[in-house]
Write a protein that binds this ligand. Structure first.
Ligand SMILES: Nc1ncnc2c1ncn2[C@@H]1O[C@H](COP(=O)(O)OP(=O)(O)OP(=O)(O)O)[C@@H](O)[C@H]1O
Length: 233
């Protein structure tokens, strides 16, 4: 479980998140929804340690990690795929994946992990010797997710993974998210502003507005009209 206890965070003097409280289980898909600019990416960066909270506590599996640097959090099992899929364009697909292995807590044999990843993403196996920059947008997104998975995270944060991707690939990314959650038992945090898309994957949700959590619950019991009121522009 990842717990945020009254986390306040932002940039220099500007507070973006105020007193955020969240409990994110490792066995489920959690959607984080909110309008543009509400602070979803800031929240992800705070969880992975790129932004140090101004106050509050972040706990990971019962341990206070608020002051841990990003690489220690990654080794402890918190994986992250940033918005805009930051892969290494000049490296091959396989080299990108091997870099992802470096997030591992200890030395591991890469081959079984690569094989598992190629089974989830067959297109990456076909293209393993191609440069990352030569892949299509959808393939790059798969590579970005696959690279994070190579670190064998227990929780994977995905920041708008379906943004700017054609509909057929959106479906594929959706299926991959479900497979990762169900077959690999990796918890997922899915940042999204399309509620239908988010709810097609998620078990439960948090809505951010005005820098804080304004609604949360199980997707099955969610009142969509109420939720949309926080997302309408
Ligand atoms: N490096 C930065 N320095 C100062 N302010 C920033 C920085 N990055 C983001 N912000 C501001 O913080 C606020 C929250 O931005 P953030 O990117 O977290 O929102 P978001 O909900 O992820 O938005 P989107 O849905 O558009 O990706 C915005 O007002 C943004 O302008």
């Amino acid at each position: 479980m990842l717990c945020l206890r009254n986390v306040t965070a932002g940039y220099d003097e500007s507070v973006v998140l105020g007193q955020v409280r969240m409990d994110i289980p490792l066995s489920r898909v959690t959607a984080v929804l909110g309008r543009n600019g509400v602070g979803k990416t800031t929240l992800m960066k705070t969880i992975i340690g790129l932004i140090r909270p101004m106050s509050g506590v972040i706990e990971w599996e019962g341990e206070d990690i608020t002051r841990w640097p990003p690489e220690r959090r990654a080794r402890a099992g918190i994986g992250y795929v940033p918005q805009g899929r930051e892969i290494f364009s000049a490296l091959t697909v396989e080299e990108n994946l091997l870099l992802g292995l470096e997030a591992q807590a200890e030395n591991v044999r890469p081959q079984p992990i690569l094989e598992e990843i190629y089974a989830l993403f067959p297109v990456l196996k076909e293209m393993r010797q191609r440069k990352g920059g030569d892949l299509s947008g959808g393939q790059q997104q798969q590579l970005a997710i696959a690279r994070a998975l190579a670190g064998e995270p227990k929780l994977l944060l995905l920041d708008e993974p379906m943004e700017g991707i054609q509909p057929s690939i959106v479906e594929l990314i959706h299926d991959v998210i479900m497979k990762i959650a169900e077959e690999k038992q990796v918890g997922i945090v899915l940042v999204e502003h399309n509620v239908e898309l988010a709810f097609s994957c998620a078990d439960h949700f948090y809505i951010l507005d005005g820098g804080t959590v304004v609604a949360k619950g199980d997707v099955d019991e969610a009142d969509l009209t109420y939720i949309q009121s926080f997302l309408a522009v």
